[in-house]
Design a binder for this molecule. Structure first.
Ligand code: SAH
Length: 269
């Protein structure tokens, strides 16, 4: 396991914005730190301002039905183009999933917005204190979560993506995020219980560890495969009651990458 504890220097070619100076910030929920350079820098050669691309993306997410002002706010703040391959940067603000390597994808913004809004709409209050994300991927949703929760823990099973997420997040340096390399089917016991758990990968059922690590009053949002062999998944919401029971709701059909077992570290020897 490793943590996002030492911010690294940025080293990717950025084609929409130059992120070097700390120009703006993702506003973390109820935390004062987490400076994040971004948002309104202009790309010299194209004369494009990524903030206006983000504003259009936020409009589309709103039109898609998201009314949660806090969710819309973080989508307006986090520069999605920092999390996609430089070759795909022109599509960064479209409502589409994009490949991030190793067969994985950054999820479609409207679907991410739907999951974050569901997470915040738990009975008993919207303010999230401790959130666990399963499937860090490129780190984009983790960055969004950092603007919505006091503390975010994000687990990724592919070491190369875990490392890439850390690089992608370096310019933002969210102080309230811990990146964990491990099998997210086990949750992340050291920081449990969580009042929010969100998975970006869907398996046949919900791992018992997620249910156990959900605090009373907490909510879990995850895709679950409809049937063995099926690529179709259903978005499931589970609320944990004060007496420890779990109450499940099933929502719409979605399509996420599979929840896999174990970890993979392909680093050269
Ligand atoms: N939230 C991510 C979405 C990444 S796609 C983003 O914003 O980019 C889902 C991710 O889940 C993939 O990176 C995949 O490797 C990861 N994943 C699949 N099974 C996992 C598991 N058991 N534990 C942790 N991560 C897992």
């Amino acid at each position: 396991m490793s943590d996002l504890d030492t911010p690294r220097r940025k080293r990717f070619p950025l084609t929409l914005d130059d992120t070097r100076p700390a120009a703006s910030k993702v506003t973390p929920a109820r935390t004062s730190s987490a400076p994040s350079p971004m948002a309104s820098r202009t790309h010299g050669s194209l004369g494009l301002d990524s903030a206006s691309f983000r504003a259009r993306m936020v409009d589309r997410i709103r039109l898609d039905g998201c009314t949660d002002a806090e969710v819309l706010r973080v989508f307006g703040e986090v520069p999605r183009h920092l999390f996609v391959d430089p070759a795909l940067v022109s599509q960064a603000y479209e409502d589409t999933s994009l490949p991030i390597g190793l067969g994985q994808t950054i999820s479609k913004p409207s679907v991410v917005a739907r999951m974050l809004a569901l997470l915040r709409a738990r009975p008993g209050g919207a303010a999230l204190s401790r959130v666990l994300e399963i499937g860090t991927g490129c780190g984009y949703q983790a960055a969004l979560l950092c603007g919505l929760a006091r503390n975010v823990y994000s687990v990724e099973r592919l070491k190369a993506l875990h490392d890439k997420a850390r690089e992608n997040l370096a310019p933002i340096r969210p102080a309230n995020l811990r990146l964990v390399f491990g099998d997210g089917r086990l949750g992340h016991a050291p920081n449990a219980p969580y009042d929010g758990i969100v998975s970006a990968a869907g398996g046949l059922g919900l791992p018992q560890a997620w249910l156990d690590q959900l605090a009373p009053g907490g909510r879990l949002v995850a895709p679950v495969q409809s049937a063995p062999e099926s690529r179709e998944q259903v978005l499931i919401v589970v609320d944990r009651m004060a007496d420890g029971r779990w109450v499940e709701q099933r929502h719409e059909t979605v399509r996420f990458v599979p929840l896999e077992s174990g970890t993979r570290d392909h680093r050269p020897a």
